[in-house]
Design a protein around this ligand. Structure first.
Ligand code: SF4
Length: 488
């Protein structure tokens, strides 16, 4: 029985029991005790915050065209959708739909709903959204509150479905169900896979040159263009799903010849489903960030499509050209030390790219850790040792580490650079939908941005002089991982 036969998707804690949130060590710990020495039992005696799975889930859901997202929960749930909207507007504009905002509403549950139940409110919101906005799809997303009071969002969605033209998808994203934000990806894929894909017997010919490329919210059109270009060189056509994908392209995915992941920790749930139910094989191993990683990603696709020799030849040619082009940056990067903080795969793959550019890695913070990371840890473990920290944000730990390591540059998420910046460390955003990061072109573009950042540190120097962090001096003298408990 498939996970998708159930109304509610499993959480990462159950599907990948090795997933961990707390670790402080070095990359040389790789292999020690398996799973790179990271223990899923580890926790913190003090924690500054966490990431609700709604954050990445909304990033995907709000990007979907002709779709309304209804957040069924307290009014504060999903306020991050307002911030997400910048990405949605920019992403849609770059894809030819300028001025189009994400459409999201909230049922804004209050005390009365907690006592009387909120199902009726959700049903009414679905009907109203359909009448006022005429979307093709309505996502009815449950936050914590309906989960706690026992609202049956599947029943409410089914009742509303009889009264509306849009397709209504219940989405179970109660933040309390999982400590791991990666659960968000499974939650969204679960809803899309259960309700938007055609029956396996629905017909339609197999598309022998089409490859599903599973995009992520942290890649923009420039990255899709680069990966699409490389696949086109092999005579293949990329079908990018699910971010910004039209519902029709999801149906197309069931007839593709292959699916390929760009971020393994993001995609395994859906890739397995496409293979089990529709016979679409998949490749899930490398993230195409960095020269060697992109070549490996391309070679894997080529091999799976019976184009192994052509893919190797293409990768060799492109990689050699990119290495030549990157030669001009080597002097600027020689001996510079970089610190990275981001999602697991993104941070590890980008560290490999930085090494190719000539940087030393002083540390990596990964938002979580699971077995998918072992491939990247293996690659990084072959070089100089450096700090490896698993932390669901925890800026206090980051500030302590940065104070000790004093890297020349910090790479982090666009909402996660402020600690480093206020310490006077030049900071470079590790993803931005408007920039290019992936493939050979992405390596060159990131190198250009890093050279500019290092050549003009004055802004960060000023921030460091006047910026303040909310920690006492004693904390900076303590061991950075002193709050991590590795037993039970
Ligand atoms: S779903 Fe739960 S954890 Fe997430 S924002 Fe709402 S109340 Fe907070």
């Amino acid at each position: 029985m498939s996970f998708l036969d159930h109304k509610i998707p499993p959480v990462r804690e159950h599907r990948h029991p090795e997933t961990a949130l707390a670790h402080g060590g070095t990359i040389a710990g790789h292999g020690r005790g398996g799973l790179c020495g990271v223990s899923p039992q580890a926790s913190r005696s003090f924690t500054q915050g966490s990431i609700c799975p709604l954050l990445p889930a909304l990033g995907i859901m709000c990007s979907l065209p002709e779709t309304v997202v209804i957040l069924h929960g307290a009014v504060g749930c999903g306020t991050c959708a307002a911030g997400n909207n910048t990405n949605v507007r920019a992403g849609r504009a770059s894809r030819g739909a300028p001025g189009s905002d994400a459409m999201w509403l909230s049922t804004a549950l209050d005390e009365i709903s907690v006592i009387n139940g909120g199902d009726g409110r959700l049903e009414a919101a679905i009907v109203e959204a359909d009448r006022e906005l005429s979307p093709r799809v309505i996502l009815a997303v449950s936050g914590c509150l309906p989960g706690v009071i026992g609202d049956d969002i599947d029943a409410a969605a089914a009742r509303a479905q009889e009264r509306v033209a849009a397709r209504v998808l219940p989405v179970h994203c109660e933040g309390f169900r999982s400590r791991f934000m990666a659960t968000a990806y499974d939650v969204v894929y679960h809803a899309l896979g259960r309700h938007l894909l055609p029956d396996p017997g629905a017909g339609g010919e197999r598309l022998p040159r089409t490859v599903n490329v599973m995009n992520v919210g942290s890649m923009g059109l420039a990255d899709e263009d680069e990966l699409g270009r490389l696949l086109a060189e092999l005579g293949l056509e990329a079908n990018f799903i699910p971010v910004f994908a039209h519902p029709g392209n999801l149906a197309l995915a069931t007839r593709a010849a292959l699916s390929v992941s760009v971020c393994p920790t993001h995609d395994d749930y859906f890739l397995r489903h496409l293979e089990e139910k529709y016979g679409v094989p998949y490749v899930i191993k490398h993230m195409p960030i960095g020269l060697a990683n992109t070549s490996s990603w391309l070679a894997d696709v080529g091999q799976a499509m019976g184009l192994g020799r052509e893919a190797k030849r293409l990768a060799g040619r492109e990689e050699a050209e990119a290495r030549r082009a990157l030669g001009e940056f080597r002097e600027a990067f020689r001996g510079k030390r970089a610190f990275l903080s981001a999602g697991e795969y993104r941070s590890l793959a980008t560290a490999s790219l930085l090494r190719e550019l000539g940087f030393e890695i002083s540390g990596i913070r990964s938002f979580h850790f699971d077995a998918f990371a072992e491939v990247e840890m293996e690659k990084l473990g072959r070089g100089e040792d450096f700090v490896f920290n698993v932390a669901n944000v925890q800026p206090f730990e980051e500030a302590n580490l940065l104070g000790r390591l004093r890297p020349d540059v910090f790479l982090g998420h666009w909402h996660g650079n402020s600690t480093a910046a206020r310490m006077g460390i030049p900071s470079q955003v590790m993803y931005n939908g408007g920039y290019s990061y992936m493939g050979f072109r992405g390596a060159f573009d990131l190198a250009r941005r890093l050279r500019r950042r290092l050549a003009h540190p004055q802004f960060y120097q000023r921030l460091g002089r006047y910026g303040r962090l909310p920690y006492r001096g004693e904390w900076f003298r303590e061991e950075p991982f002193s709050h991590i408990r590795t037993t039970g």
